[in-house]
Write a new protein. Structure first.
Length: 432
């Protein structure tokens, strides 16, 4: 059954965008009289368990590059995308990031999804004093002058979602996630918050990234009967998880789930029937009103097919490319150091609404939204903030040095990695 599910997922992925993102031809060296292009790197998983999420983000990145080129490029020069496959493997991400900077001579890299991949490439960008635009919501607990974070910080996704659940659903929570740094860190933040608000965590379970071995997690959920499931599973483990929930009779009406890494593309690839009625927390949904969003959705469908959908990380990737291009124009140079200075305070009217770069953290001010999953795979917004929220990468439940120590314990536990490299899922972090 698992193989048939994954085969169907693969077919859906390939049908819309695989051909567009797998091979993007290089323009090669400029000939005499030609304008030299500005080379930009795109580094995402085009294969492996994370391809279900990252292919579409790579496609949205390329769309933004094409959009800028159609308007005349940057500083009168076209952008040339140099695409590399991280292959859902963290050492591959680090190797390809180094190659993009040192060999391909790109001026910026747009890429990564998992925090494990980002943390693995972070030293590469810092060593080269280069620039990465990271488009995905994450656990925070990090700051780097060489990374611009266009996805949500924890106070722009997971923290408001937990507060909303406490106010609207119930006080007993079960936490389930993939066995790497984002879910462990996000769950530590959520446990601190739940305890501070006098809620209760009745269970916590981790699944190896890409694994379909979800039975123990679902059995624990069935046994503890929480009011809410908080889901930080990533990749195609979600297919097995939600099918197992339904097999146990756990529907959204019985125990609702709030997911932090499931968006429209995952729903389309996995089939939305098993997800309808549950919730997700993001900053952007395809269903948002407004001209900027309508134009973005229409452009993506025109480029990749009317059947395609857009998601929060795709929109955050789009934002990143455009903010970078504006900073290059302001700096008069694509040099990463000059661009970093020019980025401070940059803003734009994005598909999600107004966003701006916080000069203290290189994260974005963003609005927060919670959506209910509809049968067709879109979202109905049930709650949102009235205005953009300032990013706070380090939640105030612990001082930064304690969060750093927490991350250090995870890294040591996984033998210097940012994901569990073993065959056995982690037990709950004893000192989280």
């Amino acid at each position: 059954m698992k193989s048939r599910i994954l085969a169907a997922v693969a077919v859906l992925l390939v049908a819309g965008i695989a051909a567009a993102v797998a091979i993007w031809p290089s323009a090669g060296p400029a000939r005499a009289g030609q304008v030299q292009p500005i080379r930009v790197g795109v580094l995402h998983s085009l294969s492996g368990t994370m391809a279900i999420s990252e292919r579409s983000v790579a496609a949205a990145t390329r769309l933004a590059i094409d959009h800028i080129n159609a308007a005349g490029g940057v500083l009168g020069r076209p952008l040339e995308a140099v695409v590399r496959d991280g292959a859902s493997d963290w050492s591959t991400f680090a190797r390809e990031a180094d190659a993009l900077i040192a060999r391909e001579k790109v001026e910026v890299v747009f890429g990564c999804w998992t925090s494990a991949s980002r943390k693995t490439v972070k030293p590469v960008f810092e060593r080269h004093d280069h620039l990465l635009f990271y488009p995905v919501q994450y656990e925070g607990l990090e700051s780097s002058p060489n990374i611009v974070y266009t996805g949500a910080a924890p106070n722009q996704q997971i923290i408001p979602a937990v507060k909303w659940a406490l106010d609207n659903i119930g006080r007993r929570f079960f936490l389930v996630g993939s066995d790497y740094v984002f879910p462990h860190s996000a769950n530590a933040i959520m446990k601190d918050q739940i305890r501070s608000l006098r809620g209760e965590v009745v269970g916590e379970h981790y699944v190896l990234l890409g694994s379909s071995a979800v039975e123990a997690a679902v059995e624990a959920i069935a046994a503890t009967r929480p009011d809410v499931i908080l889901n930080t599973l990533n990749g195609d483990s979600n297919v097995a998880f939600f099918k197992a929930l339904r097999a146990y009779g756990i529907t959204p009406q019985v125990i609702p789930t709030i997911s932090f890494s499931i968006a429209e593309a995952e729903l389309q690839a996995m089939g939305s029937a098993d997800f309808a009625g549950d919730y997700a927390a993001w900053n952007y949904f395809q269903s948002l009103p407004g001209e900027a969003n309508a134009d973005f959705v229409a452009a993506y469908k025109a480029r990749y097919g009317e059947q395609e959908v857009v998601t929060d990380p795709m929109e955050a990737a789009w934002i990143g490319v455009h903010l970078w291009a504006r900073a290059v124009e302001s700096a008069g140079s694509a040099d990463p150091r000059a661009v970093r200075l020019a980025l401070q305070g940059k803003s734009m009217a994005a598909p999600e609404g107004a966003v701006s770069i916080d000069p203290h953290s290189q994260h974005l001010w963003k609005s927060v939204r919670i959506g209910r999953i509809l049968p067709g795979g879109q979202f109905e917004v049930v709650w949102s903030t009235p205005k953009p929220v300032r990013p706070l990468p380090y939640p105030g439940y612990r001082p930064p040095h304690e969060w750093d120590a927490f991350l250090g314990r995870l890294n040591e536990r996984w033998n210097g990695h940012w994901a569990n490299p073993g065959a056995t899922p982690s037990t709950v972090e004893a000192r989280s």
